[in-house]
Design a protein around this ligand. Structure first.
Ligand SMILES: NC(=O)C1=CN([C@@H]2O[C@H](COP(=O)(O)OP(=O)(O)OC[C@H]3O[C@@H](n4cnc5c(N)ncnc54)[C@H](OP(=O)(O)O)[C@@H]3O)[C@@H](O)[C@H]2O)C=CC1
Ligand SMILES: Cc1cn([C@H]2C[C@H](O)[C@@H](COP(=O)(O)OP(=O)(O)O[C@H]3O[C@@H](C)C(=O)[C@@H](O)[C@H]3O)O2)c(=O)[nH]c1=O
Length: 319
C-alpha cells in the first residue's frame, strides 16, 4: 500500500494510495474504493466492461459463481461482500430455450433470484443486464419503448429475462437493471459462437448466399460503448431501470447491408421474413429502446449504430 502524510485511502484497480481528504482526488474516493464483482466476466460484454470500471474489479466466472448452482452464490457473496455486483452472465440461447425452458429459467430467473437475495443480505448493490426481448407482444408498436412501457415477451428467453428483472427489482432494493439489444464486441459471445457481425462476414467470406430478416427492427449495440455507459451509471450510483443501446435503429437485413458496405465486402445478400427464416423462437418485430432516461442520470447516450459499427470494424482489424 502507498501512503503519504495526509490520511485518506484510495483503492484503485492496481493499488491503494493515501491522499489529502480535501483534494480533488479525495472526492473520487467513493468511486475508486468500490469493490466491484463482475459475473460473466469472460463473456463479450463482461470482457469489455471489466477494464472500464473504476474501482477494485473482481472478474468472476462460473468457477466462482454458477447461477445454475445457487449454493455457490450465497457462499461467495457472504464471504467476499463486494460493494457492487454486476451480472453479465446469462443463458443466451434464444432458440434452444424454446425446447428447454427449464435451463433458461434456472439461470435467468431462479439463479438471478438467488443472486438478488445474496446481494441484499451482503449489502451489495446489484447491477443486472437485461434485453429488448422483454418486448414484442405489442405488434403494432412503431415508436421506441421507454422504461415505463409495459413489457410483453414472445419467447422463453425473453420471459426468463423479464422474470430476472422482476426478481431483482422485488428482492434487492439497491439495484440497477439495464436493458440492451443486439450485442457485438470483439470478444464475441462464447456461448453463441461469436456475434451477428462476425457471422455475416464469415459466411460472406465463404462466398455463400445470405438471407437475413427484414421484419425485425431493433438497435445493434457495440459492447465497448455499452460498457462505458454502464461504468458511468455505476460510478454515479444510478438505481432503477435504464435502457442503453446505440442510437438509431435498423432491421437485421439493414445491419448486414451496412456491415458489407463498411467492410467493402461484396456479399450475396437478400432480405427475407421471419416466417421464411423459420427460427424456433419468435422475435419481436419491433424492439427499439428509447435511451433518453440516461440523460437524467448525467450519462451520455451511446453514438449512432453506424458509427459504433465502424469503430468495431476498426478495433477488430487492429487485433
Ligand atoms: N448477446 C446479445 O445480443 C444480448 C445480450 N444481452 C444480455 O447481456 C448480457 C451479456 O451478454 P453477452 O456478453 O452477449 O453474453 P456471453 O454469452 O458473451 O456471456 C455470457 C457469460 O455468462 C456466463 N454464464 C452462462 N451461464 C452461466 C452460469 N450458469 N453461471 C455463471 N456464468 C454463466 C458465460 O460463461 P461460460 O463462458 O462459462 O458459458 C459467459 O461468460 C446477458 O445478460 C444477456 O442476456 C442483452 C441483449 C442482447
Ligand atoms: C445468422 C442469421 C440470422 N438471421 C436472423 C435471426 C435473428 O432473427 C436475427 C439476429 O440473429 P442472432 O442470432 O444474432 O439473434 P438473436 O440470438 O435473437 O439475438 C439476440 O440475442 C439475445 C441474447 C438478445 O438479448 C437480443 O437482444 C438479440 O440480440 O437475424 C437471419 O435472418 N439470417 C442469418 O443468416
Amino acid at each position: 500500500m502507498n501512503t503519504d502524510e495526509h490520511g485518506s485511502e484510495i483503492k484503485t484497480n492496481l493499488f491503494l494510495i493515501r491522499v489529502h481528504p480535501c483534494s480533488s482526488v479525495a472526492k473520487f474516493i467513493g468511486i475508486a474504493s468500490m469493490k466491484i464483482a463482475v459475473l460473466g466476466a469472460n463473456g463479450q460484454l463482461g470482457r469489455d466492461l471489466c477494464p472500464r470500471l473504476a474501482g477494485e474489479v473482481v472478474p468472476l466466472t462460473r468457477a466462482e459463481i454458477d447461477l445454475d448452482r445457487p449454493e455457490t452464490i450465497a457462499a461467495y457473496l457472504s464471504a467476499n461482500r463486494p460493494d457492487v455486483v454486476i451480472n453479465c452472465a446469462a443463458y443466451n440461447f434464444v432458440d434452444k430455450a424454446e425446447d428447454d425452458p427449464d435451463a433458461a429459467f434456472r439461470v435467468n430467473a431462479w439463479g438471478v433470484r438467488a443472486l438478488a437475495r445474496a446481494c441484499r443480505d451482503a449489502n451489495s448493490r446489484l447491477v443486472h443486464v437485461s434485453t429488448d426481448y422483454v418486448f414484442g407482444l405489442d405488434e403494432t408498436r412503431t415508436t421506441p419503448f421507454r422504461e415505463d412501457d409495459p413489457p410483453g415477451p414472445v419467447s422463453v428467453y425473453g420471459l426468463s429475462k423479464l422474470s430476472g428483472e422482476y426478481v431483482v427489482r422485488s428482492t434487492c432494493p439497491a439495484h440497477l437493471v439495464i436493458r440492451t439489444c443486439g450485442l457485438y464486441g470483439v470478444w464475441g459471445s462464447g456461448g453463441k459462437g461469436g456475434n451477428f457481425v462476425e457471422t455475416m462476414l464469415r459466411v460472406a467470406g465463404q462466398g455463400k448466399p445470405l438471407k437475413v430478416v427484414n421484419d425485425q427492427r431493433c438497435t445493434p449495440t457495440y459492447t465497448a460503448d455499452l460498457a462505458v455507459a454502464i461504468a458511468d451509471l455505476v460510478a454515479r450510483s444510478a438505481q432503477g431501470l435504464y435502457h442503453v443501446t446505440s442510437a438509431g435503429d435498423c432491421t437485421w437485413y439493414e445491419l448486414a447491408a451496412e456491415i458489407f458496405r463498411q467492410a467493402g465486402v461484396a456479399a450475396n445478400l437478400t432480405p427475407t421474413t421471419s416466417a421464411q427464416f423459420g427460427a424456433p423462437a419468435r422475435r419481436p418485430g419491433y424492439s427499439v429502446l428509447a435511451c433518453d432516461k440516461l440523460a437524467t442520470a448525467g450519462v451520455t447516450k451511446p453514438r449512432p449504430w453506424q458509427d459504433a459499427l465502424a469503430a468495431y470494424l476498426k478495433e477488430r482489424a487492429a487485433r
